[in-house]
Design a binder for this molecule. Structure first.
Ligand code: ADP
Ligand code: ZN
Length: 210
């Protein structure tokens, strides 16, 4: 978005698995906007109160003041006319309506920065993020590091047994995994997979394939 004329708004989306740095990236962009003396408002779903009710906090401890909303329409109601930049974290919890809200805000001339999980605990597209990606001017996909083998991780591995789409909060309930180490069978999620670890170890030792 290097050439933007007039007061045109737009949508930026930041996606990836848990631990990929979405909140960090969102906070970085919003802080830069604040440094530029732009009027910023930041929202997160009330469901995600893991660290604080009035703050977005990344896994590395970075934080920024935010307002809690229970549904997408509350974002629309709370955004003030003077606000220039709107940040939204964990957008996958705000339902399909968040797509229309972001579109309306961008049409009003606001820069909208949205972060969220693009896939769920089974590796399926996590609505409404795919639709937001389709509507966005700019897309950033981040990867975490697979805790099993150190490769780039595109998946959020659920470690506890639950069929619920949304399970938030529990410490140690999720970890980042690459496509090779990702396990959709909950019974096998915690099982030791020696294959990739052995390969990584033998690579490090220079004995791969020997
Ligand atoms: P997200 O919003 O995508 O869940 P955060 O911005 O909250 O990510 O956290 C990213 C930070 O998490 C990293 O900078 C790093 O300090 C930490 N982290 C913990 N586990 C991992 C991992 N497996 N891969 C990458 N970063 C990790
Ligand atoms: Zn892996």
């Amino acid at each position: 978005m290097d050439i933007v004329k007039g007061n045109m708004g737009w949508i930026e989306v930041v996606v990836g698995p848990m631990f990929s740095g979405k909140s960090e990236e969102l906070i970085r962009r919003l802080r830069r906007a604040e440094f530029a003396r732009q009027r910023v408002q930041i929202f997160k779903p009330a469901i995600d109160e893991r660290y604080a009710a009035d703050e977005i906090v990344s896994h590395s401890g970075l934080g920024i003041q935010s307002e809690c909303v229970n549904k997408a329409s509350e974002v629309m109601a709370k955004v003030q006319p003077r606000t220039e930049v709107v940040g939204i974290d964990e957008a996958q919890f705000l339902g399909d309506e968040i797509v229309d809200v972001c579109t309306q805000l961008a049409n009003l001339g606001k820069r909208v920065i949205v972060a969220g999980l693009d896939t769920d605990y089974l590796g399926r597209p996590f609505e409404p993020m795919p639709r937001l990606l389709a509507m966005a001017e700019e897309i950033t996909k981040l990867l975490a590091i697979c805790v099993r083998c150190g490769n780039p991780a595109v998946h959020t591995q659920r470690l506890i047994e639950s069929d619920e789409l949304i399970v938030v909060g529990a410490q140690g309930a999720y970890e980042a995994r690459c496509r090779r180490c990702f396990e959709t069978n909950p019974a096998l999620a915690n099982a030791k997979k020696e294959g990739p670890q052995l390969i990584a170890r033998s690579r490090a030792a220079g004995t791969a394939g020997k």
